[in-house]
Design a protein around this ligand. Structure first.
Ligand code: WT7
Length: 658
């Protein structure tokens, strides 16, 4: 039985304990239903009330939602605010200046604590430094930094001066960086000399230099370099600046730049089903509101909590649940530089113990790999650590299979902590479908019910609701404050991708399939319905990997599909036709390695196909269309029982069996 089937046939249920219900911000089913009802009866009134209660405005808004340019919706449009003010200054005003904002643990285990007062001083100096090199409101700044206090501060400093940041995950290649610089028209890069992961120093700044060498980065005036390791890296005079020198004499105060609620806080590139990665543009006001609300309702954040989201700031999870949400709520959070398996696979559990983490948010892939690691090395098993500080667990990025859910619940949560399985996307800014700890009876494998106010539904190809118990297409029927505003530089692609004519341009299309339980209406995500793969919770477009492969001079043609993988959720499987002869034996092995490295260079190591197979051709219909469903079956190692009568060249199936 597949995981999806297990989830929909799941009979174990976990109601919240009385104590959890009592202490929760949204307490009990009636409270949840009251919020949903409020949103249903007066949609704008509901969001307007929340935006006034949870966000600090410099100038209050008078109109909540402007639908006149649909699907380019505007929220709180005439309101003015500053996101960094909401995350820092207002906590000082509330007397939290000496509260620890960030507990930073380095790869080597060294711990640094930063208070709200210290963080505001650092962000202000950073912001003044950026201003001193001419960066101003509306400019785009590309950030290519490791997990660090400086990484969070760089994003906050941009927010403070109204510059729009575009963070690129440190695992992406020079080519990916170059493409993003060009697409965003960035004026500056903020990077580090090197990053430390798993006991190794890995160069970062040289990758920026490599991107420059490819050409097309003329929009960049400066590269600001945070000295993390002191590694020997080249600096280009007149262009490259050390961060410590740039901010050394800067003032510790910096008046925030008050921006319109719709001002783009950031762009974040993500993969789609066609073409190059798209720059998802987020707003300031609406985005911040949802970051705060989900911290308060999904994570039930309290003043004494120690919150730990293990994501990287290079992904949206790190934006919303490291850089913005926790700080906007005055929380204490962990920022971790290293990897879960160094010095051993007990690292996460050791850190939870030593920092007394109370809320822990991670990805199913991490859980699955740590389950396996604990089997191999009993010393890394969580039972060797005291995890009693935990009170709430979260999961994100991909469906969590019930077995992993149960292990997480028993071994990490001690059978006492609710698990919030949060479904959302880069485009949604924050949680969309998720349990609330003091409300929801949990069912392993299901993300349960929509966050109050989110109008999620499942429809068929023509946009009609499907009944519970029947699978369909996941849509959101009404705009919501933290939604994507557009694709940077490509409004047409935004409309086509997210508001397709199939639904008369009225519904937001998530790109996932889903099904609701026929008894309680709980949602289970059944996976992407487009050509997007989810590998270890990271999104990859099949076309993107295909383009990378065919860019290799030896490759004539390539098709990429996903196949289920026990550890990474999905694995990338590539079918390749070379210009020369089809390689076999050692020659094939060598070629596989070469192509994997090639894709690593073109996109980044996360895009390397796990499985590469060579054929003299690809299975095509007589009209020349690649038969992807056949490739999916081959990738899985299934016997081909499908109809192959339209197949032009049935003989090559044998070659592609792997
Ligand atoms: C895709 C979005 C959400 C931030 C990290 C990933 C899948 C995400 C879940 C979940 C099942 C999930 C979906 C979605 N996904 N969370 N809890 N259960 N699937 O953001 O890179 O934009 O990917 O991740 O397929 O569309 P992303």
């Amino acid at each position: 039985m597949s995981d999806v089937e297990t989830a929909t046939h799941e009979h174990r249920v976990f109601p919240p304990s009385e104590a959890v219900v009592k202490a929760a911000a949204v307490s009990g089913v009636a409270a949840y239903e009251a919020l949903c009802k409020e949103a249903e009866t007066d949609y704008e009134g509901y969001w307007g009330r929340l935006a006034r209660e949870h966000v600090s405005w410099k100038q209050p808004f008078t109109q909540t939602l402007d639908e006149s340019g649909a699907p380019f919706f505007k929220w709180f449009a005439d309101g003015k605010l500053n996101v960094s003010y909401n995350c820092l200054d207002r906590n000082l005003e509330a007397g939290l200046g000496d509260k620890v904002a960030i507990i930073f643990e380095a790869d080597d285990g060294k711990v640094t604590k930063v208070t709200y007062k210290q963080l505001l001083a650092l962000v202000s100096k950073f912001a003044n430094g950026l201003k001193s090199i001419g960066i101003k409101k509306g400019d785009r700044v590309l950030i290519y930094l490791p997990m660090s206090v400086e990484g969070v501060a760089a994003m906050q400093a941009c927010a403070r001066i109204g510059a729009t940041h575009s963070v690129v995950f440190g695992g992406f290649s020079a080519k990916s960086v170059q493409e993003r610089i060009q697409d965003a028209g960035a004026v500056a890069v903020i990077t580090a000399d090197e990053q430390c992961r798993g006991g190794k120093n890995i160069p970062l700044k040289p990758i920026i230099d490599e991107a420059f060498a490819m050409g097309g980065c003329e929009s960049i005036k400066n590269v600001v370099v945070y000295q993390r390791t002191g590694g020997n890296i080249p600096m280009t005079a007149g262009r490259d600046l050390w961060l410590h020198e740039l901010i050394k004499d800067q003032s510790e105060t910096c008046e925030p730049e008050w921006v319109d609620a719709e001002h783009p806080l950031f762009l974040l590139y993500t993969s789609g089903s066609t073409g190059k990665p798209k720059g998802v543009q987020h707003s300031s006001g609406g985005y911040l509101l949802h970051a705060i609300l989900t911290m308060k309702w999904t994570f039930d954040i309290k003043p004494d909590d120690v919150f730990w989201c293990t994501a990287d700031i290079g992904w949206v999870t790190g934006h919303t649940y490291i850089t913005y949400g926790p700080l906007a709520c005055g929380a204490t959070e962990i920022v971790f530089e290293g990897v879960p398996t160094y010095p051993d696979a007990g690292r996460f559990w050791k850190m939870i113990e030593s920092h007394k983490v109370s809320i822990f948010y991670t990805a199913p892939t991490a859980i699955r790999s740590l389950i396996k690691a604990a089997d191999v090395n009993p010393a890394a098993h969580p039972k060797n650590y005291s995890l009693t500080s935990l009170r709430l667990l979260g999961s994100v990025g991909e469906p969590i299979n019930p077995a992993a859910w149960q292990w997480y619940y028993d071994n990490i949560g001690g059978g006492r902590c609710p698990i919030v399985d949060t479904f959302w996307q880069t485009e949604t800014g924050g949680h969309m479908i998720t349990p609330l700890p003091g409300v929801t009876t949990l069912v392993p494998g299901s993300c349960t019910l929509p966050f109050p106010g989110i109008q999620a539904a499942i429809v068929d190809e023509t946009g009609n609701d499907v009944p519970w118990g029947q699978g369909g297409i996941l849509v959101v029927k009404k705009p919501w404050p933290s939604m994507i505003r557009t694709i940077w530089g490509d409004p047409e692609r935004f409309k086509k991708s997210y508001y397709p004519q199939d639904f008369q341009g009225k519904y937001y299309l998530a790109g996932d399939g889903a099904i609701r339980d026929k008894d309680n209406g709980y949602f289970t995500i059944t996976g992407r319905i487009d050509d997007v793969l989810n590998v270890s919770g990271h999104r990859m477009g099949t076309m993107e990997i295909e383009s990378a492969l065919v860019a290799n001079p030896l490759v004539a043609e390539a098709a990429v599909v996903g196949r289920p993988d026990e550890l990474t959720g999905e694995a990338i499987c590539a079918f390749v036709v070379l210009k020369g002869e089809r390689p076999t034996g050692d020659a094939a092995k060598k070629m596989i390695k070469e192509l994997q490295d090639w894709v690593g260079k073109e996109i980044g190591p996360i895009a390397k196909p796990k499985d590469i197979r060579f054929g003299e051709n690809l299975p095509k219909t007589r009209s020349g269309k690649i038969m992807r469903r056949l490739l999916r079956a081959l990738a899985k190692g299934e016997e081909i029982t499908q109809d192959v009568s339209t197949l032009e060249n049935p003989a090559i199936l044998e070659q592609l069996k792997g």
